[in-house]
Ligand binder design. Structure first.
Ligand SMILES: [Zn+2]
Length: 267
C-alpha cells in the first residue's frame, strides 16, 4: 500500500506491505521537482511506479543501499528511464544481487538489481540544488540531501526517533552522533526522514536525540569501566530487550547499541 501527502513542493510517499501493523513497517520516499529520494521496498515497487508514471520523475537518489530504499529502481528505470544515483560505496551493491535476513525478506522483499551511478557532491533539478551530506553512521554509504535555499533536509535512515532503543550491528553509534551534529549545524527548516513523519523546525528533536545518545554513550562507558560486561550494561540501561529483537532474529537490539559504543574504545 502507498499513500501520499504534500508538504509544500515536497510530496511524501509512504509505503508498507503491512499498513495495519502498529509501527516500524512504513518507509517513505520523497518527490520534489523531478527528483525522487529513495524508491522504497520491493513489495510496493509496482504500485509506486504506477503512481509516479505521470509525475515527471527524472532522477532518483538512493540515500543508501538498504533494500527498503532502492527496490523500485529497476521498475522506474524501465517505465520512466530515470537516472539513479547513490554513494560510490553503494553502487556495486545496488547494481548486484542483494542478500537479506528473513525479516527483511518478509517486510520489504528482494530488490531487483538496477543501474546506479556514483553521486557527486551535489545533485541538481530544474529549480533546486541538493548538497550531498555523507552520514556514514547508519551504514558507510549513507547520505543525507540538503537544499539550502529551502532548508529541506532529507535524512534517509539517520533519524528515526529521539530515543533509539535498538540498532543493527552495522550501525556505528558514535558516528551517528557525529552525523546528527553535522545535520543539526545545517539548521534545517524541515526534515524529511525515511522511517517516520516529517519534522518541521527539527532543531529541538535533533538536539534531544543527540543529548539522549550522548547520555547513553557516557553511561555505557561508566558501567563498563566498573567491570560490567556488555549484557549487564545493556540490562542496566535498557532493561528487558524490546520485541523488535525477537522479530528481527536479533538483528535489531539494544545490545548492539551497547556494543557499538564500546567498540569506540577498541579503535
Ligand atoms: Zn537503512
Amino acid at each position: 500500500m502507498i499513500e501520499s501527502k504534500a508538504y509544500g513542493e515536497v510530496l511524501q510517499i509512504r509505503m508498507s506491505r503491512f499498513p495495519d501493523f502498529p509501527s516500524g513497517m512504513w518507509v517513505c520516499a520523497y518527490l520534489v521537482d523531478g527528483l525522487l529520494v529513495d524508491s522504497g521496498p520491493a513489495y510496493t515497487a509496482q504500485e509506486l511506479t504506477d503512481f509516479l508514471k505521470d509525475k515527471g520523475v527524472k532522477k532518483v537518489v538512493n540515500t543508501h543501499y538498504h533494500e527498503d530504499h532502492i527496490s523500485a529502481n529497476k521498475f522506474l528505470q524501465d517505465a520512466c528511464g530515470v537516472e539513479i544515483f547513490a554513494h560510490p560505496l553503494a553502487v556495486e551493491k545496488i547494481n548486484g544481487p542483494a542478500s537479506l535476513y528473513p525479516y527483511q525478506e518478509e517486510v520489504w522483499g528482494y530488490p531487483v538489481p538496477s543501474l546506479v551511478k556514483p553521486l557527486g557532491d551535489f545533485i541538481e533539478t530544474k529549480k533546486y540544488r541538493f548538497e550531498v551530506i555523507p552520514t556514514p553512521g547508519h551504514d558507510l554509504d549513507h547520505v543525507c540531501l540538503f537544499e539550502r535555499s529551502q532548508g529541506w533536509l532529507f535524512t534517509g535512515d539517520l533519524y528515526v526517533t529521539t530515543r533509539p532503543m535498538s540498532s543493527r550491528s552495522i550501525f556505528d553509534m558514535p558516528q551517528i552522533l557525529v552525523d546528527l551534529k553535522k545535520v543539526r549545524a545545517l539548521n534545517p527548516r524541515i526534515m524529511f526522514p525515511a522511517p517516520t513523519y516529517v519534522v518541521m523546525e527539527p532543531a529541538e528533536k535533533l538536539e534531544k536525540t543527540i543529548d539522549y545518545l550522548e547520555g547513553v554513550g557516557a553511561r555505557v562507558e561508566e558501567l563498563h569501566s566498573r567491570g560490567m560486561d556488555t549484557e549487564q550494561v545493556r540490562q542496566e540501561i535498557f532493561g528487558v530487550e524490546g520485541i523488535i529483537a525477537e522479530m528481527t532474529q536479533q538483528q535489531f537490539s539494544s545490545l548492539n547499541i551497547v556494543k557499538s559504543f564500546l567498540k569506540k574504545n577498541e579503535r
